[in-house]
Design a protein around this ligand. Structure first.
Ligand code: PEP
Ligand code: CO
Length: 451
């Protein structure tokens, strides 16, 4: 890889990085981090890459989900278990509907840094650095809290390790018994206009599981260890650099902070530092594509990004997460699909129906409408079908808790309900019931898809 090293990004322009008052302090922390054991292994990364290649061929479906930003305060067993539970249950519904194996990827164990539209925030005449995520500074509007602190990189790394350790223990230790619909919280089903349909799906999953258990003579939890992979936005480049290592008996460099890093919309400049960093690592990569560029800029952008990040057309290397929003998806998605087809290279397409559908509620809160989210997914399936392409995954912001951040869903959450349990510090997430309902509708739609 010509001219690349884990630090070569430093010669390029890096957007969205914090300004640390003491650079020597940052260097000491990065050096400490680079001595610590990694969070994931190259073996797991290669296994995910193989599975993503199979998804691109229509043999698997990708479910990627979790918080917009993890918070240190939420590094808590109940919160982590609830998130894992909803992802696991959604994945079962998807297996049932799509008849494909599902790749489960969390936005967790490192999703601590956020891009911001402005470097600063002003309140009552005071200007302070913007909050950039718990790994960078604290949310409280106060000078010390908002000053970027390198020690938080270590605190974030430790929490990522604790989170992952707990997740690994749960999935090794019979957590998969949550496969059983008996353990699911499905009271909301009766509030839905599609209640009977949902009930049928759940009963049919229960029957399949009981059938399998009878057939094999062991409980399903002993039969299969489910895989969970981690992902986060590769945003804070000093952190990613510190966890990027070579591995015995393998060639190349692996970013061992996560299995599946993605490139966010705001740091996707072709000649920028983020693309420079990502081009040199062996991990599978995802890139977000949104309506922040003109339609005629999409094809040249995809061509140049594939030249740099996907030069060998390696199976499983490239996932495109499109997030155009319900109003723009019909204009943009066909152009994006054609641009990818023109490169002659393979990619997995995944729909993020969250980030293009953010709006402000009548009470001034950031929210998303459940019907917009569903409609973007629905239209994306349709457009992929019509253009001979394939939608192979969904990417959602969710939590296993009973928050009120997105409106709509079976219980018909209104703008006026949002304040009841509005907990996010950044983007609004689907709650347990909305996430589950989305999975049922995606599974239903995917099963009708022609590809
Ligand atoms: C995100 O995934 O939280 C995010 C910031 O997305 P995007 O880069 O697509 O805006
Ligand atoms: Co977000």
């Amino acid at each position: 890889m010509t001219g690349w090293s884990p630090t070569s990004w430093q010669k390029k322009h890096a957007l969205q990085q914090p300004t640390y008052p003491d650079i020597d302090h940052l260097d000491r922390v990065v050096s400490q981090l680079s001595q610590l054991p990694p969070l994931v292994s190259s073996w797991e990364i290669e296994s995910l890459k193989t599975q993503l290649a199979e998804a691109a061929d229509g043999e698997r479906f990708l479910l990627q989900g979790g918080d917009c930003a993890e918070s240190f305060a939420d590094c808590h067993p109940e919160v982590i278990a609830a998130k894992l539970k909803v992802l696991l249950q959604m994945s079962l519904v998807l297996v049932h509907g799509t008849k494909r194996r599902v790749i489960r990827v969390g936005r967790f164990a490192g999703q601590y840094a956020k891009p911001r539209s402005s470097d600063t925030e002003t309140k009552d005449g005071t200007t302070l650095p913007a909050y950039r995520g718990d790994i960078i500074n604290e949310h409280a509007f106060e000078k010390t809290a908002r000053t970027p602190n390198p020690e938080l990189l270590l605190r974030g790394f430790e929490r990522a390790a604790l989170t992952l350790n707990f997740i690994r223990a749960l999935i090794d230790g019979g957590f998969a018994s949550l496969h059983h619909p008996e353990y699911w919280d499905l009271d909301f089903v009766e509030h839905s206009s599609r209640g009977t349909e949902y009930q049928n799906v759940v009963e049919s999953i229960g029957e399949s599981l009981r059938f399998m258990e009878t057939l094999c003579g062991v409980p399903i939890s002993d039969m299969n260890r489910v895989d969970f992979f981690t992902s986060h936005e590769a945003l804070h480049l000093s952190y990613e650099q510190a966890l990027t290592r070579t591995v015995p008996r393998r060639t190349g460099w692996y970013d061992l902070s996560t299995h599946f890093p993605w490139l966010g919309l705001r740091t996707s400049q072709i000649d920028g530092a983020h693309i420079e960093f990502l081009r040199g690592i062996q991990n599978p990569l995802a890139i977000k594509v949104g309506p922040n560029m003109a339609l005629d800029e999409i094809a040249p952008y995809i061509k140049s990004i594939f030249d740099v990040l996907h030069p060998e057309n390696e199976p499983g290397r490239m996932t495109i997460i499109h997030r155009f929003g319900v109003e723009k998806v019909a204009d943009y998605l066909p152009v994006l699909i054609e641009a990818v087809q023109k490169t002659g290279k393979k990619a997995l397409f995944c729909c993020d129906p969250m980030h293009g559908n953010t709006q402000i509620s009548s009470g001034g809160l950031k929210t998303r409408r459940f019907d917009h989210i569903l409609e973007e997914v629905e239209r994306s399936f349709e457009i992929h079908d019509l253009t001979g392409s394939r939608l192979g995954g969904v990417h959602v912001e969710l939590t296993g808790e009973n928050v009120t951040e997105c409106t709509g869903g079976a219980r018909g959450i209104q703008d006026t309900d949002l304040e009841r349990a509005y907990k996010t510090q950044v983007d609004p997430r689907l709650n347990y019931e909305q996430a589950f309902e989305l999975a049922i509708l995606v599974a239903h739609r995917a099963s009708q898809s022609s590809s």
